[in-house]
Design a protein around this ligand. Structure first.
Ligand code: AMP
Length: 375
């Protein structure tokens, strides 16, 4: 999927290209089309996954059509738990909306009132607010939500943790029932589910946290490497470690897989290759051998390894980083199965830095780099 498939306004697309983004993140892929259709959303996505753009882009798109209402107040309201998050939202709006004309106002605690009072007396396009201060203004009768079209609850779980539940509900109740509501939260369970039930209409549920959350039993490590030779030496060192049992090594190409398998065979490992050039019965045989233990090291490519379900794989080693972050998650999921712990080790050469960044953005956390003494 590319951004131009999302049918965003050309001026928004232009800004995205200028930001250097090439592909939407998973949350953006799911959330943007649904939001553009006008659906309510409840999405679980941690910070770092591109969630801000997931709601700001559809909001900006909405603003490219003029409002029919002349009254004061915002067309889009983003509620955030903190001032810091509010300023991130504002930055995202001005970054992605740099080729559009729209007005914004921040209604945040700890800031002077007069400028906020002035802003509230006029129409505006986007209001970014913390619930406490916004309630304050509402109680003084200064807020008009009659032309509100979109309500965004950003990091809703944190707003609830901070005791803002009744403020959020009061604010939502003051907005038109025709509004579209987009709820983002690290979790969609418990109180968030109850809140969503009260505030959202037939929402599309988007569960993204699984990519991050699922792999808590897998230790993920990174080794920066110089080149293929360095990777080979590092691999040889890792494979003699006593804790290494069954291992799946991933390479970028079929030829790479064959070549590495031959090298490991010469070095005395019980190894086989698995890739798409092998027919199904040859592939099945190899997987059977891995299950039975006659093969301990499998050198595989992504496509061939997709469905491998073999218990007791102690290590996954990314000899080459995958081309897509999603493949990274599939790869490491070959270890730590059936309640076991696993280790996923990635080698990253200097020309793989971009792939590494994509993976870290997708999974939402940085992989810890390790140095092996003497390597
Ligand atoms: P967020 O999860 O909204 O805090 O975003 C995390 C970071 O990812 C921000 O620095 C964004 O600028 C960046 N970002 C958002 N969407 C994309 C994308 N599609 N491609 C690359 N970077 C992105």
């Amino acid at each position: 999927m590319t951004f131009d498939k999302l049918s965003l306004h050309p001026e928004i697309l232009k800004a995205i290209v200028e930001c250097g983004y090439t592909t939407p993140t998973p949350i953006q892929n799911e959330a943007i089309p649904a939001a553009l259709e006008g659906r309510d959303l409840m999405a679980s996505a941690q910070t770092g996954t591109g969630k801000t753009a997931a709601f700001i882009l559809p909001a900006l798109q909405r603003l490219t059509t003029p409002s029919t209402s002349k009254s004061r107040g915002p067309r889009v309201l983003v509620l955030t738990p903190t001032r810091e998050l509010a300023s991130q939202v504002n930055e995202a709006a001005s970054k992605y909306g740099r080729h559009l004309r729209f007005t914004t106002a921040s209604i945040l605690g700890g800031m002077p009132y007069p400028a906020q009072n002035r802003a509230l007396s006029k129409p505006m396009d986007i209001m970014v607010a913390t619930p406490g201060r916004l309630m304050d203004h509402m109680e003084r009768g200064r807020v008009d939500f009659s032309r509100l079209e979109i309500l965004v609850l950003d990091e809703a779980d944190r707003m609830l943790d901070m005791g803002f539940i009744s403020a959020v509900e009061t604010i939502a109740a003051a907005t038109p029932s025709t509004r579209q509501t987009l709820l983002f939260s690290a979790t969609l369970e418990g109180n968030i589910a109850k809140l969503a039930q009260r505030l959202l209409k037939n929402p599309q549920r988007i569960q993204m946290a699984s990519a991050q959350a699922k792999h808590e039993n897998i230790e993920q490590r990174l080794h920066h490497t110089d080149d293929d030779g360095h990777k080979q030496r590092m691999l040889a060192h890792l494979l003699i470690d006593g804790s290494v049992d069954k291992t799946i090594i991933f390479t970028a190409t079929k030829r790479g897989a064959d070549k590495l398998a031959r090298t490991l065979l010469v070095n005395g490992h019980k190894v086989a290759a698995l890739h798409g050039d092998m027919n199904q019965s040859a592939r099945n045989r190899v997987i059977h051998q891995l299950r039975g233990g006659t093969v301990r090291v499998l050198v595989a490519t992504d496509v061939a390894a997709r469905g491998i379900d073999v218990n007791g794989v102690s290590h996954v080693i990314n000899f080459d980083l995958p081309r897509s972050a999603e493949d990274y998650v599939h790869r490491i999921g070959r270890t730590g199965r059936a309640g076991a712990n696993g280790t996923a080790i990635s080698f990253a050469a200097p020309d793989e830095t971009r792939l590494l960044r994509d993976i870290e953005r997708y999974t939402g956390h940085a992989i810890t780099a390790h140095v092996v003494p003497g390597m």
